[in-house]
Design a protein around this ligand. Structure first.
Ligand code: GUN
Length: 296
């Protein structure tokens, strides 16, 4: 029996995309600006191909320009860096995303470092990491944690004083999530594989953000009654009867017994990532043109 409210990420993301679309229209009407997003895909990884296709489609639907560059699996680091430099210099391109993972001959960190930080709509460049960490206000923030923050703000209004536990310390989710929650005046704990008595740590949380990439690792009886659970995990597991299904990092059914609200998998955090990528592209375009960013 589910007691928790289900946070509908699919609907929430559709709302973000609609607001982004309105902001784009406003930029066109008032300033003659059409934001452009360039996505670079190296190789033929099937999951990456699906992501890139969805990004392109949703970019166009929001009224922005979408540029896609497909490069072969054998691309050298030098060739990819040349493409990044070309996009850095192109005034039509306001946002650059190099799809990860990259083939093994390419040094990922060198590629991310080559992207102009003001066009870094993934928010992975060390300059944006530093801006977020210092709260300088002009950071482009990684899309998945930004999506989690928007959903939490929508749910609570004010987050200040909440105890938040982030499970996972990755550069893409855990660490930026820590900074975002701290900036919203939560008391934040980042737990990870070496944390002692993880269940006890999670039991203190008003907000749990699970981002460990391990199927159903956070158990339902770790969730404090009334807590809000944001599940970033997307794990494909085998079903006992054959076939596969997607599960999060949280044991959904039992967590929903204790939580007051919880994101499902699929249909929770997942759809927010591309919606926030579009939002970041508009923010980047406004910053580059020196115009105010419309409400989104
Ligand atoms: N691969 C899977 N998700 C992402 C993402 O958010 N950004 C990039 N650059 N690559 C990814």
């Amino acid at each position: 029996m589910t007691k928790a409210a289900i946070i509908d990420g699919k609907a929430f993301a559709a709302g973000v995309r609609e607001r982004v679309g309105k902001a784009v229209q406003e930029l066109k009407d008032k300033h003659g600006i059409t934001p452009g997003l360039a996505v670079v895909l190296v190789g033929e990884d099937p999951a990456s191909q699906v992501y890139v296709r969805n990004k392109g489609k949703q970019t166009l639907e929001a009224g922005m320009e979408s540029l896609e560059f497909k490069m072969p699996e054998t691309t050298t680091q030098e060739d990819l860096l040349a493409k990044v430099h070309e996009l850095n210099a192109d005034p039509k391109v306001n946002g650059i995303l190099v799809q990860l993972p990259l083939p093994k001959q390419i040094d990922e960190s060198a590629v991310l470092a080559a992207i102009n930080p003001d066009k870094d709509v993934d928010g992975f460049h060390v300059v944006n990491v530093g801006r977020l960490n210092t709260g300088s206000g002009d950071a482009l923030v990684p899309c998945t944690p930004l999506g989690c923050l928007l959903m939490l703000r929508d749910h609570f209004g004010d987050l200040s004083g909440k105890n938040a536990v982030v499970v996972g310390r990755s550069n893409i989710v855990g660490k930026p999530m820590f900074n975002l929650l701290l900036q919203d005046s939560c008391t934040v704990t980042v737990a990870h594989s070496r944390t002692k008595d993880l269940p006890a740590v999670v039991r203190e949380a008003d907000i749990v953000v699970a981002a460990v990439g391990r199927p159903e690792m956070v158990k339902g009886d770790w969730i404090k009654p009334g807590a809000v659970v944001i599940d970033v995990g997307i794990n494909r597991i085998e079903k006992p009867e054959g076939g596969t299904r997607l599960v999060g990092d949280v044991e959904f059914a039992s967590a929903a017994e204790n939580a007051s609200a919880i994101t499902p998998v699929p249909g929770g955090v997942g759809p927010m990532t591309i919606a926030c990528l579009l939002r970041n592209t508009v923010t980047a375009a406004c910053n580059q043109h020196g115009v105010d960013t419309p409400e989104m």
